[in-house]
Unconditional design. Structure first.
Ligand code: ZN
Length: 346
């Protein structure tokens, strides 16, 4: 019986230590110490022994039970600790894990150029003016000294809007109409730039879009001269393309200015030597001129007292040149491979 007790004690301790879960341990407890266990059978049979043996075996049985109880308790505590650790591990915050950086996106190259241009002009004292994209004939053409027989007015160039009762409405072909609206609304002096979307009846190709963007400017005050125009455009050219830029003016005709000029900027890539971007060293960038007296009079200004200059340039053209984008359509087809190159550019 003493041997049997030893065997049961060893078997029980091993079974408790081997338990991986508290369910395993419960089963082992029933198996080793339960009412139907070999151990219980030995204890029940103590009564059949003579007093001397009963005392010896009974003592050994008590020792074995204490040992088994201790092993059982130790394993139960160990399992509880393991379960707690596993829970803590699962709940743990890993402070070393790098955060997920959100994709910030970017400004569109056209927005970047527009913001920059507007910033240059506002730093010179110009205010930003905006106007409707659907214009009437008077603001878009007549007030700008574009007579009814001017080629720009034909269906070939302009997109008319079908609104019953308003046959003269069209999508503005220039943002110049904003200048007219500004002059109508206030007396001189006027210093405004009008950035915005304009529309032409064009088929898109590598250099044309039916919808594009302009920044037009207007300065009207007493004593404004062509020198003011030239100085302003030089500042803008330097701000946009670098301090070493020079400008050149050549004669050009626009109905709303007199005299009118086309403005070239010395090439920012080759510094005027000639390269594949510019060809001959100069980049034709914009049209400008002194506001035609008829335009001033159309807006109620006294053209004897006030003079002014106006200019307009295409935002797409500046973006194509500066970022060396080969096809204007790439600016509108939404290809992220182009757009993501501007991430972080403000
Ligand atoms: Zn060049």
């Amino acid at each position: 019986m003493l041997r049997a007790l030893d065997t049961e004690r060893d078997r029980g301790v091993s079974a408790f230590e081997a338990a991986e879960t508290s369910d395993d341990l419960d089963a082992a407890q029933v198996d080793v110490l339960g009412r139907k266990s070999p151990f219980s059978a030995i204890q029940k049979s103590l009564g059949s022994l003579d007093p001397e043996d009963r005392k010896r075996v009974g003592q050994a049985a008590n020792d074995a039970r204490s040992e088994l109880q201790a092993a059982l308790t130790a394993r139960r505590e160990a399992l509880e600790r393991l379960a707690e650790d596993a829970l803590l591990h699962a709940d743990r915050l890993d402070m070393s894990l790098p955060g997920r950086v959100p994709r910030v996106g970017s400004f569109h190259p056209l927005s970047i150029v527009e913001h920059e241009l507007v910033e240059v002009f506002t730093s010179l004292g110009f205010k930003v003016a905006e106007g409707p994209e659907v214009e009437d004939d008077w603001h878009n053409f007549q007030a700008l000294n574009i007579p009814p027989d001017h080629p720009a007015r034909t269906m070939k160039d302009s997109l008319y809007v079908s609104v019953p009762g308003h046959p003269e409405l069209l999508l503005r072909t220039e943002t110049s109409a904003v200048q007219i609206r500004t002059m109508q609304a206030q007396p001189p002096p006027v210093f405004v730039v009008a950035p915005g979307r304009v529309y032409r009846r064009e088929t898109s190709d590598p250099t044309h879009l039916p919808v594009f963007h302009q920044v037009e400017g207007l300065a009207v005050d007493e004593g404004i001269t062509f020198a003011d125009l030239k100085g302003t455009l030089e500042v803008v050219a330097k701000a946009m393309f670098g301090e070493r830029r020079r400008i050149r003016l050549g004669p050009a005709f626009f109905p709303f200015v007199e005299p009118g000029c086309e403005v070239g900027v010395s090439c920012f890539r080759c510094d005027g030597v000639g390269c594949r971007v510019c060809g001959n060293g100069w980049i034709e960038l914009l049209g400008a001129g002194m506001v035609h007296p008829a335009v001033l009079e159309n807006c109620g200004y006294d053209s004897e007292r006030s003079t002014g200059f106006a200019f307009g340039l295409g935002i797409e053209r500046v973006a194509l040149l500066r970022y060396e984008i080969p096809d204007i359509r790439m600016l509108v087809d939404g290809d992220v491979r182009l757009l993501e190159q501007f991430e972080g550019v403000a």
